[in-house]
Structure formats: C-alpha cells, structure tokens
Design a protein around this ligand. Structure first.
Ligand SMILES: Cc1cc2nc3c(=O)[nH]c(=O)nc-3n(C[C@H](O)[C@H](O)[C@H](O)COP(=O)(O)OP(=O)(O)OC[C@H]3O[C@@H](n4cnc5c(N)ncnc54)[C@H](O)[C@@H]3O)c2cc1C
Length: 532
C-alpha cells in the first residue's frame, strides 16, 4: 500500500494551493487525487471565451442538477462544477471578487477565530499578482495572475455610463473594503489565457519530487480507524486502490463533493447514513446542511449595435478575425471572460452595505448550448448578495458514482424574494437610462409586459439560475451543527480536515473563487503549523 504524509482529495480552487504550499515546504510527501482529467486534455479550458464550451462538457464538468425546487414550480436547476485539474476554477467565469470585508468579520463574529477580514487579508495578498503591484490591500507577486482590462467592449462602457446616470459612483477596484458602485471586474486572466489553480499552483508543484498527482481517481471513502483518518480508497480505471496518510487526509472536493464523501465514509447525520446501510463512524448532523447559493436573474436586451460577442461569433469575418487575432497575439474577443463589468448596489432599506451584485455580459442567449442569439444582444444578471434561503446536499445512494440529491431551496425566504425583485427592478431602471435606452431595440427578458413586483418575481422563478456559488455544506464553527473547527479539523475525527467552499459559514457577498483560493492558502498554513 502506498503511503504519503498527506492525501489531498480534489485539485480545485482550494485543493491546488494546499498541495503547492505543502510540497514547497520540502518537508512532506503529498498525494493529490482528482476525479477529473488533466487540464491539458481540452484546449477550451485555457481560452477565456471557451467558458461556453466547457459549461456543458461532461468530460470536465460534473453537470449536477438540483432536485425539483419548491419555489420554482418544481423546476430543476443546472449546477455545473469543474471535474478536472483546477476544479471549478478551470471552467468558471474568471471574475475575481473577494467579497466585502464584513463577510469575513461576520465569520469571526460567529466564533471562528482567525477568520476576520484582517486575518484573511495576508492570504489574499499571498495568492495575488495584482495589476499595479503590491499595496496595503493587494499582493504583487503571488501565483495567481489577475488583470482588469485585457478585454473591453464599448457596450460595457455604456453599461457603466448607465450606472453613473443613476448615481452610482465609479469603483476602480471592487476588492477594496466593499463600497457601493460600478466598474470593471478584475479577472483571473493573464496574457489572454485563463488562470486556473491548476495553472497557477499545480504546474510548479508537479515539478517537485514530493508531489504526486493522480487524475481520473474518484475517491470513494475516507478510511477511519480508532477515530483517526488513516487514508482513502479510490477507484481508477476500474481498479480499487487504498492509500495511507501518515499525517492527514485533506478533503477539498468542493461544496458538493466534500459533504458527499464524508457521508459515504460514515461521517454525517446518523439517520441519513442508516437509511443507506452505511455504518456510522461519526454522527455529525451538519454534514451537507447549511447550503447557500446566489440566485441569478437575467435581463436580456436586443441592440442595434453590432459590438456584442454575439456578433463576434455570428458574423463570419468577425469570427475569423477573432481567431486569427487570438492565434497571433492572444488578444481580442476570445480573451473575453463572460462578464467584464458589474456593480454592487444597496437596494433594500434595511441594508447598510451593498446587498446586490450585477454582472454585465456583452452577449445574450436563450440556452448556452444553442450558442448566442443570432442578433446583437447583451445581458445583465442580478443577484442578491447574502441570501437567507438554506438548502442541503445528501447522498441519494451508497454508490460513490451516483450524484447526491441537491436541494437549494432558492427563494424560500421572504427577504430573498423581495431583494431579488428589487434587483430586477433596478436593472429595468438602468435600461431606461439615456445611455442604455439609446442602444436598445427590445427588452427580451423579463419583457415590457412585466411591470409589477409579482411579474418580476414570476420572472425570477421561471428564468432564474444558479450563479454557481454553492457553499456552506461542511460549515466551520463550534456548535452542534458545525462540521469543522476554526482550524478546519473535522469535529471528532483526528487527522481529517475539510478545506474548500463548503467550510464557509455564510456565503460571501460576491463570486467565490477568490475566497476558496484564500481558504486553501490559509489551510496550508494551519496544516503545516499542526504538523510541526
Ligand atoms: C460555471 C461556473 C462559473 C463560475 N464563475 C465564477 C466567477 O466568475 N468568479 C468566481 O469567483 N467564482 C466563480 N464560480 C465559483 C468558483 O469557481 C467556485 O466557488 C470555486 O472554484 C470552488 O472551489 P472549491 O475548491 O470549493 O471546489 P472545486 O474548485 O470545484 O474543486 C473540487 C475538486 O474536487 C474534485 N472532486 C470532487 N469529488 C471528488 C472525489 N470524490 N474524488 C476525487 N476528486 C473529487 C472535483 O472534480 C474538483 O476538481 C463559478 C463556478 C462555476 C461552476
């Protein structure tokens, strides 16, 4: 049986930094097990506009879906998740947003020592190579290259002009302490290529002799003896393999994979495990609970201005020139991340900080698998930043290859419904500004016939979608519902940690990749300190 100091499960946003930092210490051997393939197996993974190509590709995407959602008239909601080296950072929208400083302060106020914004900031700085270099808020020479204006589009400038017209201040950097306003997003794109954690962290880590990466390895069980994790059992090419972890097993399988793996290993709610005949190793009621996600609602518009990504794809000469430009210079429309501008706004009377995020997409579609509309169009997505709705993820079978049952309970809170309606109405207000109305020819969604709060809520129920930010299913804390402590150690099992999106007690007020990479960076320090 193979033996390593550490076995890490999942090569995603959090797992990759952990493996890099543990192997760079030179003191430990590390085995990284990833269910998906290597990231050099699909050329679309490195091209920013390739987002649309990997969004539904089962070779690199778990392609989960929720159970029929009660508030959405029984609709199932599509949940893409990266199944490839780099995890979801290899297929995501590349927006780099850390969230509000108060998000992390709230984690600390819940009793999680070491997780205030000031505690997390050094780890954000450590991961960043921020444009403009190091400052009191940013890192200048970290592994994750971040840019702001690799691709710009005049329609995006029009969106920003509309935001200015309604009085929103212009924000140069959303990754400050969290002011209200609009601006260009920073993106994990550099030199015209996506910066996934596979590229940023694992490419250097894999050159070290103490690092071993096995892809196509689905971890089926964490092995526990006498209350201590001893290793894992995984399946690759039809073979079952058991490996030993001398120090620790670190689970970074994401907000879906981590609670699923714990439950399959007998760590979770006893009644759920008993129902599938899984022997209970540790009765932990919170495993899979506390699920939170952002509910995104699109407003789409037709425009006469042939400057959208739709036109870059639909018009033969534009498509050809985009491909040539990318091949020769690594610039142009193919370097566009899906959303390059946005805003954080305060819409609810009770909010004293931004409560809603907007993404501006210079393209429009009915269904991403059918490609963009055949005409020029753009989209504005709105989502409430801190939803109250809570769902859960529970195994649906003892078979590790079976997807778990995901119940997100979107829009199950009154506040969430009100805030979502407020977001859609705000987008309508933007569309009525001189800047945007001058270029619009038609509102496709929600459509001009929608005008009451009920209409907007109906639209949110019928057309809303996941913003792809599920978190919280192995929540950090010290109460009975918590799964890990503030050092990310699983309660009641020695030698086992969880480090990824699932440990967030509350969803951050923005996109989640930056927070997940920070969690990986911080987890690595905790692990190394405890290994001494
Ligand atoms: C389509 C999409 C768009 C997004 N857009 C943005 C964006 O623009 N900006 C942003 O900040 N965030 C975005 N996100 C969210 C962000 O990317 C994720 O929150 C983040 O990557 C999650 O990191 P993680 O480490 O928790 O999990 P992941 O990065 O998903 O990593 C988990 C890894 O574990 C592997 N794994 C799971 N189970 C097993 C198992 N049993 N055995 C072995 N391996 C396993 C998976 O294959 C995966 O590689 C987006 C996500 C998606 C899916």
């Amino acid at each position: 049986m193979d033996e390593f100091d550490f076995v890490v499960v999942g090569a995603g946003s959090s797992g990759a930094p952990i493996v890099d930092r543990l192997t760079a210490s030179g003191r430990h051997s590390v085995l990284l097990l990833e269910a998906g393939p290597d990231d050099n197996t699909n050329r679309w993974l490195s091209i920013p506009l390739g987002f649309a190509k990997t969004f539904l590709d089962p070779n690199v995407n778990w392609k989960f879906a929720t159970q029929p959602e009660a508030e959405l008239g029984g609709r199932r909601v599509y949940w893409p998740r990266g199944k490839v080296v780099g995890g979801s950072s290899a297929i995501n929208g590349m927006v780099y947003v850390r969230g509000l400083a108060s998000d992390y302060d709230r984690w600390r106020q819940m009793g999680n020592q070491g997780w205030s914004f000031d505690d997390c900031l050094p780890y954000f700085k450590r991961l960043e190579a921020y444009p403009g270099g190091a400052s009191d808020l940013h890192g200048g020479d970290g592994p994750v290259k971040i840019t702001q204006d690799e691709y710009r589009n005049e329609i995006g400038e029009t969106f920003l002009a509309a935001c200015a017209e309604v009085g929103l201040p212009s924000i140069a950097d959303f990754n400050g302490r969290g002011e209200e306003g609009s601006g260009l997003y920073h993106a994990t794109v550099s030199d015209g290529r996506r910066v996934s954690t596979g590229r940023a962290y694992l490419a250097p880590a894999r050159r070290r002799s103490n690092c071993r990466v096995v892809t196509g390895a689905l971890v089926e069980r964490i092995n526990v003896a006498d209350g201590r994790a001893t290793g894992v059992t995984y399946r690759k090419d039809g073979q079952t393999v058991t490996v030993q972890a001398r120090c620790e097993v670190v689970v970074s399988a994401g907000a879906v994979g981590s609670p699923q793996l714990l439950q399959l290993s007998g760590i979770g709610p006893a009644a759920l495990l008993g129902g599938f005949g899984i022997p209970v190793v540790r009765d932990l009621a919170g495993v899979g609970e506390n699920l939170q996600d952002h509910w995104g609602v699109r407003s789409t518009y037709r425009t006469w201005w042939r400057l959208t990504v739709n036109d870059d794809i639909n018009l033969y000469h534009r498509r050809l020139s985009a491909m040539v430009e990318y091949a020769l210079l690594r610039t142009g429309p193919l370097t566009a991340s899906p959303a390059f501008a946005g805003a954080f706004v305060r819409l609810m009377p009770q909010s004293d900080e931004p409560d809603t995020q907007l993404h501006f997409f210079p393209w429009s579609t009915d269904r991403i698998d059918r490609g963009p509309h055949k005409f020029s169009g753009f989209t504005i997505l709105t989502n409430q930043s801190r939803p109250e709705s809570r769902g859960h993820i529970r195994i649906s079978s003892p078979d590790p290859a079976a997807p778990p049952a995901i119940v997100a309970n979107y829009l199950s809170s009154d506040l969430d419904r009100q805030a979502t309606v407020a977001g859609v109405k705000f987008v309508r207000l933007l569309a009525r500004t001189t800047a945007l109305s001058r270029i619009l020819t038609e509102e496709l969604l929600p459509g001009v016939e929608a005008w009451s709060d009920e209409d907007f809520l109906d639209h949110a129920r019928k057309e809303g979608q996941s913003a792809y930010h599920p978190v919280g299913t192995c929540r950090m804390g010290s109460d009975a519902g918590a799964v890990v402590d503030a050092r990310l150690r699983v309660h009641g099992i020695a030698g086992l940690r969880v480090a990824d999106a699932s440990i967030m007690p509350i969803l951050v007020s923005g996109n989640t990749n930056a927070a997940c990479m920070m969690i990986g960076e911080k987890a690595a320090d905790l692990i190394l300190a405890d290994a001494r």
